[in-house]
Design a protein around this ligand. Structure first.
Ligand code: ZN
Ligand code: ZN
Length: 162
């Protein structure tokens, strides 16, 4: 398997299988892949409005997926699944909760923070349409133009792992 094959539908399938096997739960929320999320590898997000939950989702960073092995990507996905499972079961579910860290250890899942992007990734942006992407090579902006609008790219900096 290749990390590029890990589209939202595939990620959802893996997450659902993991949750059924380990918690007897189904994943009844969407998995989204975000091109804008650079500060985190993955997240379990709960949106509140007037103290009521209006939406829940698991978000995975696109550049993280593209720059890492499928095993590493799934490990982070399962980490987010544990947040979801404990939350659904009304148990302490935050990274700092003991129940959470003990569950990760029991299931042999690494803590997300130990990961870094494999190698270094550089962030580029199209001057014209603001399309953003990461590449493992430097100087991409000098050699290529945007396939969406044929605009020029600017180098925006290195991608941080957290
Ligand atoms: Zn976490
Ligand atoms: Zn463009």
């Amino acid at each position: 398997m290749n990390s590029e094959e890990l589209n939202p539908a595939e990620l959802h399938r893996y997450a659902d299988k993991f949750l059924q096997e380990n918690f007897g739960l189904q994943l009844d929320i969407p998995v989204r892949v975000s091109k804008r999320m650079k500060s985190k590898l993955g997240a379990f997000q709960i949106k509140l409005q007037n103290k009521k939950v209006v939406s829940k989702e698991i978000v995975m960073s696109n550049s993280f997926i593209m720059n890492n092995s499928p095993e590493t990507v799934l490990d982070v996905l399962y980490h987010e699944c544990v947040h979801y499972a404990l939350y659904t079961l009304n148990k302490p579910y935050r990274d700092s909760d003991r129940e959470f860290t003990e569950t990760l250890e029991r299931l042999g899942i690494a803590k997300t923070r130990t990961y870094k992007y494999k190698g270094q990734a550089y962030l580029y942006e199209c001057r014209k349409c603001s399309y953003q992407f990461t590449k493992r090579v430097k100087g991409y902006n000098k050699r290529y133009i945007c396939r969406h609008c044929r605009g020029k790219f600017i180098y925006k900096g290195m991608v941080e792992s957290r």
